[in-house]
Design a protein around this ligand. Structure first.
Ligand code: ZN
Length: 273
């Protein structure tokens, strides 16, 4: 499902600093948080050369930025690297856990690390008073809509105690991926936005969700009429954490979604809609 393999390009420390400096020109005096989404691992020395990492951290510290958010796979989250970040700036370490279920992560997502690896990395960060964010993926391929909902809820419960913030990512269809091929053959449908709402309603730990591509054919979607309203409600929930926001949402497609979730349990993984 991941499109990064076809988007990456080799980059030197100088290339990365040019990119960083260009982005920092857009910083206003009021900005307090900087998020560096490398779509990979900020702490991987092959991906982000150590000298570039050190320069970026020093630059952010000198600007008085209060908080930094970076992403990394757990194997690069060592106590030395965590200290390098935290000694300069309050840092949130975001980890793409995707699911707490090792079978789904290893066999379907093919992520190559275990839930315990995530737990250990989270402890390394917390031991030094850093913050952890865990990304969860709603609806990897080969799961029915109902299985995907249940997996995301149970994953949120299992990982919530190891993370300060959860982020629910809704699977969308990237070019050149297996998911795209499955989708073209009618064997995969991106998650319904109703499913995302169902997950958010059933998680008590802090959880945010940015429904990228909501309403698009390749993105998470409902019937086309209610998508904007639901994406907006999800955005409000991010800020308030109040599941009551979802109480008034309705659309004629909700009953279709409910029935589909129920019937799909009988189709051995073939999507119905
Ligand atoms: Zn609808």
């Amino acid at each position: 499902m991941c499109g990064y393999a076809s988007e990456g390009a080799p980059a030197t420390a100088e290339d990365l600093m040019v990119q960083f400096n260009a982005a920092m020109k857009k910083l206003s005096g009021e900005d307090q948080v900087v998020k560096i989404y490398t779509s990979g691992s900020f702490l991987d020395p092959l991906e982000m050369p150590i000298e570039a990492r050190a320069k970026i951290l020093a630059d952010l510290q000198s600007r008085g930025i209060e908080k930094l958010v970076i992403e990394s796979r757990p194997e690069y989250i060592t106590s030395v690297r965590v200290e390098e970040c935290l000694s300069m700036i309050d840092t949130e370490f975001a980890i793409g856990l995707e699911t707490a279920n090792d079978l789904i992560r290893q066999k379907i997502i093919k992520k190559g690390f275990t839930f315990q690896d995530f737990v250990d990395a989270a402890k390394t960060v917390h031991d030094q008073d850093g913050k952890v964010k865990a990304y969860l993926l709603l609806k990897p391929p080969f799961l029915s809509e109902g299985e995907a909902i249940r997996d995301a809820i149970s994953s949120a419960k299992a990982s919530g105690r190891h993370a300060d913030l959860l982020s629910l990512n809704l699977c969308n269809i990237q070019r050149g991926t297996l998911v795209e091929r499955l989708w073209e053959r009618g064997e995969y449908r991106p998650p319904w936005l109703w499913s995302a709402v169902e997950v958010l309603k059933n998680v008590s730990d802090p959880i945010i969700c940015d429904p990228v591509g909501a309403g698009a054919r390749r993105g998470p979607h409902n019937c086309g009429e209610c998508d904007d309203a639901i994406a907006k409600a999800i955005g409000s929930h991010d800020l308030t954490q109040d599941p009551g926001i979802f109480a008034d949402l309705d659309c004629k497609c909700k009953a279709v979604w409910q029935k589909m979730v129920e019937l799909e349990e009988q189709t051995f993984g073939t999507p119905l809609l």
